[in-house]
Design a protein around this ligand. Sequence first.
Ligand code: ACO
Length: 150
Amino acid sequence: MTIVEVTNPDKYPMELLLLADPEEQAIQAYITRSKCFVKEVDGNMVGTYVLLPTRPHTMEIMNIAVEESSQGKGIGQQLIHHAIQTSKELGYTCMEIGTGNSSIAQLYLYQKCGFRIVSIDKDYFTHHYDELIIENGLQCRDMVRLQQYI
Ligand code: ACO
């Protein structure tokens, strides 16, 4: 598994990052304070994740994305396990991740990787995003926050 940190800001995989968060301005705001990792296959970037230290002891996966043609092959799970291992090695003991109420596959994946739902930010998406987001026939309104101790 080749997962490497991107240290040159010019090399951030913006196209992939936008799959997980459609607001480039929001990504630009957190990525400068974060660590960005990519998974490469045959020299191509197929997946990415971004780690942001949010509070003492706590690291949040802010963005995780796998290119469409490579989804459903276990890469998302590999990236989450790598994110947890990297955070442990950096001395963090608590891991967080958030997603929309309508992101059913993501909620499944994060719980499968050990995260548990700890809170809901009601109307997070309706307040902070201009466009209406519909997924799985549901309006994305609330941010579901998940956590695990590592
Ligand atoms: N519907 C149902 N189940 C799914 C789906 C889906 N669309 N996608 C994945 N799964 C299941 C898989 O079946 C697998 O379960 P299993 O091991 O029991 O069979 C499990 O989820 C893990 O699948 P992976 O193959 O590891 O996941 P993948 O490589 O597709 O990556 C990811 C998941 C990152 C969510 C990817 O689909 C993606 O990039 N989506 C678009 C961007 C996105 O939504 N990112 C997350 C936003 S929230 C955030 O960034 C904090």
